[in-house]
Design a protein around this ligand. Sequence first.
Ligand code: HMG
Ligand code: MG
Length: 313
Amino acid sequence: MAARERGLPATFPSAGLPERVTIWEVGARDGLQNEQAVVDVDVKIEFLDRLADAGLRTIEATSFVHPKWVPQLADAERLLAGLTPRDGVSYPVLVPNQRGLDRALDAGVRHIAVFASATESFANRNLNSGLDEQFAMFEPVVSRARAEGIDVRGYISMCWGDPWEGAVDPAQVARVGARLSEMGCSQLSLGDTIGVATPGHVERLIAEVLGAGAALDEVAVHFHDTYGQALANTLTALRAGVTCVDSSAGGLGGCPYAESATGNLATEDLVWMLDGLGIEHGVDLDALAVTSVWLAERLGRPAPSRVVRALAG
Ligand code: HMG
Ligand code: MG
């Protein structure tokens, strides 16, 4: 941890950025869902505990999807049963349908996310559904969850591009977002599933989503780093006023139903930039990097994060 011992990065604030950012940690869900070898549930529980110890307060834990579709997360019930609840820490889970909600409610979940697609092709592949059909699947999930006092995030995938359809019209993404908000989703997470966004496109899409009625504090960004643009795109979103950023410890991640999806924006890379800008986030970078090195040893390969590699070197 040499660079940190010297007090780096130096802090130089920059105008037009938020004072505080909420990090929505997705390592245990998006990070692990793509791993071929099933990770032991006790390792996952320790990973979640270490993330909370490092100061993360919103930690996506798992998915209540069909176990055949994502075998890595088939242990969702066992995972939640083994997790010790902590004051001030939320453990959202992904839920696609009523069956998933039944399972999540039985497991005592208090925060869920539905996950929509901005394109027909990805709705077919990821949800076995059509673009319009997906809303019929989510509607009863969101209304039942809301009736139980459960907060619901709405993910939108393929917001900046889709491997089968190419560029995605920002107006189409905004329409999907408006449908999710009308349904009762309290937040929209704009997903760059395959990592093709660039900063001007990010600016344009956020403007379009806000123009369709979303408030700034209802918008989060979710960048995968396939083309090395995730941090530049995040900074652009922060300049546009977004204050919730999804990232994954160590930079793990991907989507089993979009082969070109690679790792998420690494939480450590995000934290390094936020520290340099003097933006509050509540995360202990050293403890987090140690956790990512620990997990990488269990997965049998180094963490993709540049910051983790630099600190561990
Ligand atoms: P389906 O096969 O069409 O389901 O899958 P179905 O409704 O026809 O049901 C078939 C059988 O599955 C039934 O059982 C159901 O009970 C059962 P049977 O009567 O035949 O015995 N079933 C379930 N069992 C357990 N849990 C459930 C469940 N649902 C049905 N929840 C489904 C439709 C949506 C379930 C499937 O397509 C699925 O699970 N998809 C999830 C794919 C996924 O998890 N992808 C990754 C997450 S999204 C992502 O990574 C992107 C994101 O990070 C943002 C970004 O980067 O853009 C969020
Ligand atoms: Mg993702």
